[in-house]
Write a protein that binds this ligand. Structure first.
Ligand code: SF4
Length: 302
């Protein structure tokens, strides 16, 4: 919550003086009607990372701008925030990203992009978003190579610089600690000073129960003193029981245009494929399920 308030204050600097009023009106409508205030959107099933050991989608699809528009136009309460992100994929891989972000800005008050920062095309830095979140998995070339099987650190740093120089959007850098980069904290702090990264966050890599991303057991920083997971025999266990669902007020729209309770809970019977008011009404029932963390994936969710 603190992070969101901080982001709102930073984004306000780039908006009109009256922007908080429209933000509050949208927020009030979501609260009164009981609809979620945030939507996470996956623009593409493709990825720009090209990491060794990763199995990219065989026939990746891109979210069509028309479908995003249909979902947003049929929503009884427009989301306050729209966040473009990937799920074993990256938003920058979408050929439709400019149109998608333009549509998002029409319907919501804050638009952000979360990316691994690779595959930026000229002009991407000027996309109409309020916040760029670059996620880096390592702060040294050596640990990046060990984790991803290639070294793209300098390329990402260059792309962050381009956004910092040319975009008015807030730029945030998130360092995710994995087993291979658990010793990189000091270097990350030095990089932060050198590159003038004003907004940063440090998080632990998550266990991915689907097993097809970095969150495989062998990549989790289990030996770190603050690791959220540990090993019991050969089994991975979570070190504490989180109280709340971290995405209780968010929904997830995947690149195929299907709406889900969150990016992780994806049992086939849950997905909504028709962008209608009736579909949105069903999403209201998900809130209680999420609060009770009833989905199998909730077991691993921090
Ligand atoms: S997996 Fe469960 S706890 Fe995690 S975001 Fe989804 S609904 Fe919430």
């Amino acid at each position: 919550m603190k992070r969101t308030i901080f982001a709102v204050l930073n984004i306000w600097k780039t908006k009109s003086i009256l922007w908080p009023i429209s933000l509050l009106c949208k927020m009030a409508k979501c609260v009164i009607t009981g609809y979620p205030r945030g939507l996470i959107v996956e623009p593409s099933q493709k990825c720009t990372g090209g990491c060794a050991q990763c199995s990219p989608a065989l026939n990746p699809v891109n979210l069509s701008p028309e479908l995003l528009k249909s979902w947003l136009a049929s929503a009884p309460a427009s989301p306050v925030t729209i966040h473009f992100s990937g799920k074993h994929s990256d938003p920058l891989a979408s050929p439709n990203l400019k149109l998608l972000t333009q549509i998002a800005t029409k319907f919501s008050s804050m638009v952000s992009i979360s990316t691994i920062g690779l595959g930026m095309k000229p002009g991407d830095e000027l996309l109409p978003v309020d916040r760029w979140i670059f996620s880096i998995p390592a702060a040294t070339e050596k640990s990046w190579q060990e984790l991803r099987g290639s070294n793209e650190l300098s390329q990402v740093i260059e792309n962050i610089r381009t956004v910092q120089q040319k975009s008015k959007a807030m730029t945030e850098v998130v360092f995710t600690i994995w087993k291979q980069s658990a010793q990189d904290l000091k270097t990350f702090e030095q990089l932060k000073q050198k590159e003038n990264w004003h907004h940063t966050q440090i998080v632990f890599g998550r266990f991915d129960s689907e097993g097809n991303h970095f969150g495989r057991k062998e990549n989790i920083a289990l030996n770190h003193k603050d690791s959220p997971y540990s090993l019991k025999g050969n089994s991975l266990i979570r070190n504490y029981t989180p109280k709340n669902c971290p995405l209780v007020d968010y929904l997830f729209l995947d690149a195929a245009g299907t709406l889900w309770p969150c990016p992780f809970a994806n049992e086939k019977s849950l997905g909504l494929v028709k962008p209608t008011r009736d579909s949105w009404k069903i999403t209201k029932q998900w809130k209680k399920q999420k609060q009770q963390r009833v989905y199998p994936e909730c077991k691993w969710c921090l």
